[in-house]
Design a protein around this ligand. Structure first.
Ligand SMILES: NC(=O)c1ccc[n+]([C@@H]2O[C@H](COP(=O)([O-])OP(=O)(O)OC[C@H]3O[C@@H](n4cnc5c(N)ncnc54)[C@H](O)[C@@H]3O)[C@@H](O)[C@H]2O)c1
Length: 253
């Protein structure tokens, strides 16, 4: 239970779902945790839950699409714990499964600002810290829609392909400086993500779910957290720039 002993991890989007499961898993392995999320109520309850288990945890209310919030997230984390070792970019939203010909500008903008801009902003801010200490790990949440073409809405697919590309770019450019960046690409994981989406595009859903009967099963947040633990720990020291499908073999077909 010491695979992340005394490491400091910022996890965006960790008040709920996959991010929360990652926070719990990292804490079990000795990490100090920053819960960064824009849902204040859920954020406070997750921080309280961790503290109740004796974990060193702080919460930062942040919208990852806002530059000042990202600055504050990193600055407050350093102020709280003195350093940062791990950044998990998990905050993300869906695009109502809109097919390409139905894309609404506001949906495009919001998904890009959060799912792509958020990853860019936190990565841009944290890299100088990682460079100065000669080490650091970034774990991004891509999606099976970031590896395949037909399993999500148009905007979400574009955004998650961008996450896949950013992951490889960082690994390639900063790997020689002791910095690793990998991503996880889950299929369907049982969280509140889909439930939070109203006004879905039924045509887009029809297109995107054609192959869903080939998906062996949905995953659990804890199964994604175990991968995130491997990618953050020293056990993956020789792994950089990988986007790992987590889909029970669905995309292998
Ligand atoms: N659940 C799935 O089936 C699935 C599959 C593939 C990839 N993913 C990806 O995994 C990540 C987590 O998804 P989840 O299923 O846990 O979702 P979730 O909705 O359960 O949790 C997402 C969390 O992110 C927070 N968040 C959203 N936008 C934010 C913003 N702008 N700033 C700060 N916090 C924000 C929410 O408040 C929430 O706490 C996302 O990037 C998602 O795209 C999920």
């Amino acid at each position: 239970m010491t695979r992340l002993q005394d490491k400091v991890a910022i996890i965006t989007g960790s008040a709920n779902g996959i991010g929360k499961a990652i926070a719990v898993r990292y804490a079990q392995e000795g990490a100090k945790i920053v819960i960064a999320d824009f849902n204040e109520e859920a954020l406070n309850s997750t921080v309280d839950m961790l503290k109740g288990q004796g974990v060193q945890a702080v919460g930062v209310k942040v919208n990852v699409a806002v530059e000042e919030d990202i600055q504050r997230m990193i600055d407050d984390s350093v102020a709280a714990f003195g350093r940062i070792d791990i950044l998990v970019n998990c905050a993300g939203v869906l695009d109502k499964m809109q097919a390409a010909h139905n894309v609404e500008d506001d949906v495009w903008q919001r998904v890009m600002d959060i799912n792509v801009g958020g990853v860019m902003r936190s990565t841009r801010k944290i890299l100088p810290l990682f460079q100065a200490q000669g080490s650091g790990v970034i774990v991004n949440l891509s999606s099976i829609a970031g590896l395949t073409g037909g399993r999500g809405g148009f905007t979400y697919t574009a955004a998650k392909h961008a996450v896949t590309g950013m992951t490889k770019n960082i690994a390639s450019h900063y790997g020689p400086q002791g910095i690793r960046c990998n991503a996880i690409a889950p299929a369907q994981v049982e969280t509140g993500l889909v439930a939070s989406m109203e006004g879905m595009d039924m045509e887009g859903i029809k297109y995107a779910t054609r192959g869903v009967n080939m998906m062996p099963r949905a995953g659990q947040p804890e199964e994604i957290a175990d991968i995130a633990l491997f990618l953050a720990s020293n056990e993956s020291s020789y792994v950089n720039g990988v986007v790992m499908a987590a889909d029970a073999g669905w995309s292998a077909y």
